[in-house]
Write a protein that binds this ligand. Structure first.
Ligand code: F6P
Length: 545
């Protein structure tokens, strides 16, 4: 089985959406609410400890019906079944896409090439538990008999961003182990991390699905050399662990077999934090919280698999995004979490979303004739308000934004939390309503500004409003709610890829960079420079001078 290859623009729903867009594009959200206050309730979904209000979108009942029909016409239901059951939906690499199997129940069955993979998944999950318990409790010790104080994750892309984002997000739940992340091939990055750790009490985890990534191998070798300045070769077994599909290469590196954690080619790098790639998470917050994260994701998987499209959070978010991207011509989307803990969240989903859906080849090999992957960006609120909100409020671009907030703060600082959330609600309201000339006039007159000055200022103080937002209100930031939140965006990616008729789970664009850099490295390290364009040749000559 493979995913259907349907150009979405040939569907009846797409034609109707195009017409519907023409008829409704100038309608203001404020008017939609005035006409129909009940839309707030109708365009909301309560699920577990999540409450999604998507009513502040340029959306009417007809829009939603048409978008749901579009999902039906491109055979989304069938695609979801294929996704969860291990079909080779990553066709260009000939692989299944089964990060969901990593969080499936122990008694479930998921088959790859006729074999149930769940027992293997649980073997690794049990290993993660046993290993992290031994490190946290101090049972496992470094080469001088001291307990571990620090963990360094060496990886890049999906082998770095997920664990780094989650360790930061779950900082409140952390134990005594300090976690560090070395990713960039920039030698200054590794040096800064090494400055902070002691070889006697540091555990290094080399994470690379392929174990061929230049950045990770270079950093791992540099760290090994640094370690061997004070320790001996045999001590590597006590201080290095590795996660990879390439167990042969791990052995060559000298890592002890009991510290090797396998992963599988049916887990994409950018969806791998649920596997042993998340070992640094299990170490930082303990295996129970790591399992809690997986459990939350599993619940979201179940919601996504079973809820009707019109009540399905990832489906709704994906459809709204398509509505803006393909009909309104919006190019970017912002993710604004109102919690400092999620400071790495949008950076994480920049890879998740842009590496997955940044494609221009349709599933039949032709070039798509419509827009695909959105550009993702964002920072936590309220900091974001003092950085880029000006452009969202008064700029010329339409930027749909997801606002993610929590009912309770973790430390229970009520005053701060009320102020934080007041900003959270006020911003989406202001983005929707804007401010009319009459409102600006009344405000200025009240301040005693002269009539002339008032008229001069009005155009600058006007806010058009009509800026769409989704508001996701979650009870508390827990491992489980974080797991569900991440899984929610993962499934949004999937739905959009299905509708855009692209392959979301390969990344040939990034592979090109890997090849190009290796040729250029030869030019830098040898006396000769091979043939390049005049600009690049000139730059290389200058660099080598
Ligand atoms: O950035 C490209 C990529 O292939 C990502 O998909 C992946 O997460 C990253 O490189 C790291 O790859 P690896 O885990 O094999 O070192």
């Amino acid at each position: 089985m493979s995913l259907a290859k349907i150009d979405p623009t040939t569907t009846k729903a797409w034609q109707e959406l195009t017409e519907h867009y023409g008829n409704t594009k100038n309608v203001h959200l404020k008017d939609l609410f005035e006409k129909d206050p009940g839309r707030a309730k109708r365009f909301s979904i309560r699920w577990n400890d999540f409450f999604l209000d998507y009513s502040k979108n340029r959306l009417e009942d007809t829009t939603l019906d048409l978008l749901v029909s579009l999902a039906g016409e491109v055979k989304l239901r069938d695609a979801v079944n294929q996704y969860f059951s291990g079909s080779i939906i990553n066709e260009t690499e000939g692989r299944a896409v089964l990060h969901t199997a990593l969080r499936a129940g122990r008694n479930e069955e998921v088959h790859v090439d006729g074999e149930n993979v769940i027992p293997e998944v649980y073997e690794v999950r049990d290993h993660i538990r046993q290993f992290s318990e031994a490190v946290i409790s101090g049972k496992m010790k470094g080469y001088t008999g001291k307990t571990f104080t620090d963990v360094v994750n060496i990886g890049i892309g999906g082998s770095d961003l997920g664990p780094a984002m989650v360790c930061e997000a779950l900082k409140y739940y952390k134990n005594h182990l300090r976690t560090h992340f070395v990713s960039n091939i920039d030698g200054d990055h590794v040096q800064e991390v090494l400055k902070e750790v002691n070889p006697e009490t540091t555990l290094f985890i080399v994470v690379s699905k392929t174990f061929t990534t230049q950045e990770t191998l270079t950093n791992a070798l540099t760290i090994k050399e640094w370690f061997l300045k004070t320790a001996s070769q045999k001590d590597i077994a006590k201080h290095f662990a590795a996660v990879s599909t390439n167990t042969e290469k791990i052995r060559e590196f000298g890592i002890a077999p009991e510290n090797v954690f396998p992963m599988w080619d049916w887990v994409g790098g950018r969806f791998s934090l649920w596997s042993a790639v998340g070992l640094s998470i299990a170490l930082a917050v303990g295996p129970d919280h790591f399992e809690g994260l997986l459990e939350g994701a599993r619940e979201m998987d179940n919601h996504f698999r079973t809820a009707p499209f019109s009540e399905n959070i990832p489906v709704i978010l994906a459809l709204l995004s398509i509505w803006y991207n393909n009909f309104y011509g919006a190019e970017t989307e912002a993710i604004i979490p109102y919690t400092q803990y999620l400071s790495r969240f949008s950076a994480y989903f920049q890879q998740g979303i842009m590496e997955s859906n940044g494609k221009s080849t349709a599933r039949d090999g032709s070039r798509v004739a419509y827009q695909t992957g959105t550009i993702i960006w964002g920072e936590p609120g309220t900091n974001a308000q003092h950085a880029f909100f000006q452009l969202i409020h008064q700029g010329t671009k339409l930027i749909p934004a997801d606002f993610i907030g929590y009912k309770k703060s973790l430390y229970g600082n009520v005053d701060h939390h009320q102020k934080l959330m007041a900003n959270f609600f006020a911003q989406t309201e202001a983005l929707m309503n804007g401010k009319t000339a009459d409102e600006v006039r009344a405000e200025l007159e009240l301040k005693g500004v002269s009539a002339d000055e008032v008229e001069k200022l009005i155009p600058f103080k006007l806010f058009e409003g009509n800026k769409p937002t989704n508001t996701l209100l979650i009870d508390r930031l827990t491992p489980a709610s974080l797991g569900a939140l991440i899984a929610m965006y993962e499934h949004k990616i999937f739905v959009q890829g299905v509708i855009w008729n692209i392959f979301s789970y390969d990344q040939w664009g990034v592979e090109l960079g890997k090849q190009l850099a290796s040729q250029t490295l030869k030019d830098i390290t040898s006396s000769e420079i091979s043939k390049h364009d005049p600009s690049t040749s000139q730059l290389l000559q200058n660099f080598k001078k």
